[in-house]
Design a protein around this ligand. Structure first.
Ligand SMILES: [Zn+2]
Length: 205
């Protein structure tokens, strides 16, 4: 399969919500965030148990390797319970950092217990190269943050959004011209909000 062909995109968590995927490596971050359970379909939280987290990890790294044009993707060691907990923690922090609201009620606030990550910087023939570093799954977490950072510089990170619905945090990639999308699915979450607003208006009239 040609790299980035987009034909056989199979990000395991994002596809559960029937969403179009963010471009390139940003799809990895989107998939990681979409391991949550959310919305009306409510599939399980893929990071809830070590077994389901491992199953997701196997599939997501395979997909990452198949689309990776940065040369960062690699097979990672089997997850330990501590790795799983660290992934849940960084997922909470990313929700807070990128979307301004926490996902889980137990989420640690940014600034407190906020782990730091160390990329590697080298001078290479193409210019300055920045790469993820770290042992085991710390490498994966560093890669997630670096991909976000790169998306921030390229202006595409702001297109990755968490659904505006109060009961849905699904992470979608907004391809609208003016980046004005707010619902992961207009028909589901958008309609539900409209019906609620209509009911509230009727009740006050
Ligand atoms: Zn939604």
């Amino acid at each position: 399969m040609p790299k980035g062909s987009g034909l056989y995109m199979a990000w395991p968590a994002t596809t559960r919500y029937g969403l179009s995927v963010a471009p390139g490596n940003l799809g990895l971050v989107q998939d990681f965030l979409n391991t949550i359970t959310e919305g009306t379909i409510a599939p399980p939280d893929l990071l809830a148990t070590l077994a389901s987290a491992q199953e997701w990890a196997d599939r997501v790294t395979e997909q990452w390797i198949s689309i990776d044009d940065l040369g960062w993707a690699k097979t990672l060691p089997r997850l330990t319970e501590n790795d799983r907990k660290a992934l849940v923690g960084i997922r909470d922090q990313l929700f807070e950092g990128l979307f301004g609201h926490s996902h889980s009620e137990t989420a640690s606030r940014l600034g407190r217990n906020n782990p730091t990550y160390h990329p590697v910087m080298t001078v290479s023939t193409g210019g300055i190269e920045l790469r993820p570093d770290g042992e085991g799954w710390k490498y994966f977490e560093t890669a997630l943050l670096l991909i976000c950072h790169q998306g921030q510089l390229e202006g595409v990170l702001r297109r990755m959004k968490s659904c505006k619905s109060e009961t849905c945090d699904v992470v979608f990639y907004d391809r609208s011209n003016n980046n004005s999308g707010v619902w992961h699915d207009v028909k589901v979450c958008g309609n539900r909000a409209n019906v609620r607003a209509h009911r509230e208006r009727s009740a006050t009239n």
